[in-house]
Structures are given as structure tokens and as C-alpha cells.
Design a protein around this ligand. Structure first.
Ligand code: MSP
Length: 509
């Protein structure tokens, strides 16, 4: 059976993880979880990009052999995943023997098919972007800052005949409107493709850079890092296995906007096409986290360490902030004030208070048990109607990748549960001691708990730990999915409530 295959970009093994790396994993994990909730068998892969000049230079700086340096960085990145609740199915590293075998097989196939040729080339080379660049890449007469130092190099190298597939790529993009999400990026890619593209230099002489995968047809060269890195997606799909078609084509490559053109929207589909493999279905491209409108960089010293925030406020609060705040595709400023506002208002006040007051009332008025709903009034009808009508919309918004809007809607429904409890005010009803008021109290608690049960299940992809904690506190032992568990019903009747919990502690300044 075809799995839903989701990948992230693989991170360069040249430094500590920062908030951009964390966000991409959290977003992909949220997407993977929401698909699992809907019954898909998901394969979610993330990993590390370990070859090339950048990595080699950072190993040298750290005074370590490249492999040891990569091993230590892989530990940091895996630790990040663990702390952020990233439930990947496969962690790929490009120094794995299996991946090297796949890269060499692809290269040999392309070479045998006449798609690769050897030529002398003199050109301008960006050390930071690790590729040959052209005068036309200059912006306002200057090299973009991500190019770092640009130097002239004369070398004999191997080239992949990319240009001959340009028209195929244009046709493919035009006939597959879902190839790039959000759609506005498609226009940028087609704009780029209006100019003729060059063939791609896919080798580096070992005399200049030895840290890479040796070309199968010339032992004096290693493979260009992007040609090696992109192939990770098919290695992870078990390229040599009989079950390759269970994974491929990938459903979503989740990547940042900086690596759409040329790597993922130009090189990658053309490499696959030349190999006779289908391109991925969708590039899900997100924007950048900025600090006061500026790019994070080691030189500006403004890099945000994701583990600081997650350790202080809890991984789920951090996950919530990132996916609630960013519209996929747009840039967003990381701000402690915004984080604190979301933490205090959405999480501690709306959700956290609801959970603790509901549990407290359940213990105080109903012996810690959810009773059957009795006669219902307008308030019950309204809150039930709200959840019934908003739940499918929240699911749809997730599926459209408007996760920030899905969460906005979800939290306004959570707020409405608080409003409903205020309307009924069990603490006032309890004063009369009448049987009908007592019944109304248990109806209120059961109705609010049922809304919260649905809310917790909807929250689970973005906040897996909090979602599960709430369900456990409600004594819910049923299925947790978005196919059969979101109906408003009586699955909580008879369940025993857990002790009151504080999900989001108030923080000292
Ligand atoms: N190694 C390449 C990707 C190869 S994929 C076959 C690479 N690595 S990276 O470490 O520089 O970036 C990894 C991912 O993090 C990219 O998708 C990149 O866009 C993303 N981010 C890096 N900084 C970011 C922000 N400040 N904000 C959001 N994401 C950003 O590129």
C-alpha cells in the first residue's frame, strides 16, 4: 500500500540546530501526525546533510575528522527531535553506506545514458553556496550575502545535461499546480525558467575537496554536495527495494524558501526525470523565522536556540507558538513578547484554566465521574452546535496547510467552552441543592468535557503531549483519530476524571 511520504530538508552538519531547523521539523511532524490521524500510513523522514565544503570546513575548525564531527552533530540534532516530540520514522545521514550506494548508482545510470559529460570550465564559484554562479545572480550589482566569497575557478569537471530538460520541467510545473505550495512560489520558479538554465556541475576534484561520495566513473572526483543531498529522498524510500513504489513519489518535501530555486524546483525534478523516476508531488515551502526583521546568522550573533525556549516553557508550548504564529510560506519575526502573549492568553488562561477548573468541578460536584447528559437547554445546544460545525472546518484548514488558522479556530472554540461554563455557573447552581440543578451541573460538566475531548484530539498533531495529557485526565480510553473520534457523543460517560493538572504553569518574570 502506498504510504504518505513526508520529508524535511536534511540539515547541514556544520553547527548547532537553530530555530529554523526546529520549526521545519515541528511543522513536518504536525503535518505527519495530522495525516496519521486521518488514517494514512505515514512515512516521515528527516536527517543530516554531511558532505561538502561547508561541513568539511566546520570539522576543520572544530579540530575533528569529518566523520566524528558529523557524528557529534547528528547527536545534537537527534536530541533536538527527541526533546521536541518529533516522531520521525527514519533519520537519514548522507554518510550511510546505503545512501552512498544509491548516489553512485544514480550517477552511473546517468553517465551510461549520456546525461553526464566531462568539460573544462572557468567560472565564478561561491564558496558558501557551494556552486558556480553567474553575473546575473547579482542583486543591484552585488553578490547576495548567502554567496559569501565568490572566486574565479578553472577546472575540469563533470556536468549533468540539465538544460535539455528545461522545457519538460516548465510543462510539468504548468500542468501540476500542486507541485509547489504556496502557489505564489510557482510563479517565481516559472519566472526563473524564462531564462535558459545551465548544465549542472556535479563533481568536485578531490584535490580541492575530498569530503564527498566518490564518482563511480572517476576516482579523482567526489560528487557535488547537492547532487548527493537531494538523492537522500529516494534512499529513504528504499530505492533498491521492491517496495520503492510504496514510498515514491514523495507526497511532501517540506523545505525553506531559500532552497526552492534552484535545488528542489529545478535540479531535483530534472535529476529524477533523467533517471526515469517520477518527481515528488508537492514541495511544501515555508518562510523564514527572522529576528527583528533580520536573518539569523552566526556573524550577527542573533541565533535563537530552540532548546532554550522548549526547556523553559515545555516542548508543546513552543510547538504551538511556532505553528500558530507562522503562515506557511510567509516570513515571521520571532518575538519573546508574542510568545509570552500566546503562552499566557491561549495556553495558560484559555486552555490550562479550562482543564483545571473542569477537573476540579468534576471532583467537587460529580464524585470525579462523567455522568450521562440530562435534559439540555439552549446553552448545551449552542455549544454542541458550535463544535459540530467547527470541527470539520478545523480538519479542512489543516489539510489546506492553514494550520495557523486551524489553531485559531480551535482556540476560539476552547474559549467558548469557558463561556459556556460561565453561563451555567455550576458553583451557583450548587447552592440551591435541588435535584434539577444537580442534574444541570452534571450535564454542564459532561457537555464541557465532551467538547474538550474533541478539542484535545484536534490539538494532538500540534501539541501531542498536551493533547494526550488532557485525554488521560478526562479518563478517555477510546480511539484517538480524526475519522471516528470527533463525533459529539457519550464516549466519556462513566469515565473517571484524573487529578487536577496544571498544564501551563504561571511563570515568574
Ligand atoms: N542541507 C541543505 C538542505 C538539503 S535538502 C536535500 C540545507 N541545510 S540547512 O541546514 O541550511 O537548512 C535546513 C532547512 O532549514 C532548510 O529548509 C532551510 O530553509 C531551513 N531554515 C534555515 N534557517 C531558517 C530560518 N531562519 N527559518 C526557517 N527555516 C529556515 O539547506
Amino acid at each position: 500500500m502506498k504510504k504518505l511520504y513526508i520529508t524535511t530538508a536534511i540539515d547541514y552538519a556544520n553547527g548547532k540546530p537553530h530555530i529554523g531547523h526546529a520549526y521545519e521539523k515541528i511543522l513536518s511532524d504536525t503535518v505527519a501526525r495530522m495525516f496519521r490521524m486521518q488514517g494514512h500510513s505515514v512515512q516521515f523522514m528527516t536527517g543530516l546533510d554531511e558532505h561538502g565544503q561547508k561541513v568539511s570546513q566546520s570539522a576543520e575548525k572544530a579540530g575533528l575528522p569529518e566523520q566524528l564531527h558529523c557524528d557529534s552533530i547528528a547527536n545534537d540534532f537527534k536530541d533536538l527531535c527527541e526533546k521536541l516530540g518529533i516522531a520521525y520514522d527514519r533519520y537519514i545521514r548522507t554518510t550511510e553506506p546505503e545512501h552512498k550506494r544509491v548516489v553512485r548508482d544514480c550517477l552511473q545510470k546517468l553517465y551510461d545514458a549520456g546525461e553526464i559529460y566531462k568539460a573544462d570550465y572557468t567560472g565564478l564559484y561561491s564558496k558558501t553556496a557551494e556552486r558556480f554562479v553567474l553575473e546575473k545572480d547579482k542583486i543591484d550589482g552585488k553578490w547576495p550575502s548567502d554567496f559569501g566569497e565568490v572566486v574565479e575557478i578553472s577546472e575540469t569537471n563533470y556536468f549533468f545535461k540539465m538544460s535539455k530538460h528545461q522545457q519538460w520541467l516548465i510543462d510539468h510545473i504548468e500542468s501540476h499546480p500542486k507541485f509547489i505550495f504556496p502557489e505564489f512560489r510557482t510563479k517565481q520558479v516559472l519566472e526563473f525558467l524564462k531564462e535558459p538554465i545551465n548544465d549542472l556541475c556535479i563533481s568536485r576534484p578531490k584535490s580541492r575537496l575530498a569530503w564527498g561520495i566518490e564518482l563511480p566513473f572517476d576516482g579523482d572526483y567526489v560528487t557535488y554536495v547537492w547532487f548527493d543531498a537531494l538523492v537522500n529522498y529516494i534512499t529513504g524510500a528504499n530505492y533498491f527495494g521492491d517496495d520503492f513504489s510504496d514510498y515514491w513519489p514523495a507526497d511532501y518535501h517540506v523545505i525553506g524558501k531559500d532552497i526552492v530555486v534552484p535545488a528542489h524546483a529545478i535540479y531535483w525534478p530534472i535529476m529524477l526525470h533523467a533517471l526515469g523516476i517520477e518527481p515528488p508531488k508537492t514541495l511544501l515551502t515555508h518562510g523564514w523565522w527572522l529576528v527583528s526583521g533580520e536573518k539569523m546568522s552566526k556573524s550577527s550573533g542573533n541565533i535563537v536556540d530552540p532548546l532554550d525556549l522548549a526547556e523553559k516553557f515545555g516542548a508543546d508550548a513552543f510547538r504551538y507558538y511556532l505553528v500558530r504564529e507562522m503562515t506557511i510560506g510567509q516570513d515571521c519575526d520571532i518575538s519573546t513578547d508574542r510568545f509570552m502573549a500566546r503562552y499566557t492568553s491561549d495556553l495558560a488562561n484559555d486552555l490550562g484554566n479550562l482543564v483545571s477548573r473542569l477537573l476540579n468541578m468534576g471532583h467537587r460536584y460529580c464524585n470525579g465521574e462523567i455522568k450521562r447528559v440530562g435534559e439540555v437547554g439552549e446553552s448545551e445546544k449552542n455549544i454542541k452546535k458550535l463544535w459540530q460545525s467547527e470541527t470539520p472546518k478545523i480538519v479542512d484548514l489543516h489539510n489546506e496547510f492553514s494550520i495557523h488558522l486551524a489553531l485559531e479556530k480551535l482556540f476560539s472554540c476552547i474559549k467558548a467552552i469557558n463561556g459556556y461554563i460561565e453561563e451555567r455557573s455550576p458553583w451557583k447552581l450548587s447552592k440551591s441543592g435541588s435535584a434539577s440543578d444537580e442534574q444541570l451541573i452534571s450535564t454542564t460538566i459532561a457537555t464541557a468535557a465532551e467538547c474538550l475531548r474533541i478539542g484535545a484530539i484536534l490539538l494532538t498533531p500540534a501539541m501531542p503531549t498536551v493533547g494526550r495529557k488532557i485525554l488521560a485526565a478526562l479518563g478517555y480510553t477510546g480511539e484517538v483519530n480524526w475519522t471516528t473520534s470527533l463525533q459529539f457523543g457519550d464516549s466519556l460517560v462513566g469515565s473517571k476524571l484524573g487529578d487536577a493538572i496544571i498544564l501551563f504553569p504561571k511563570l515568574d518574570e
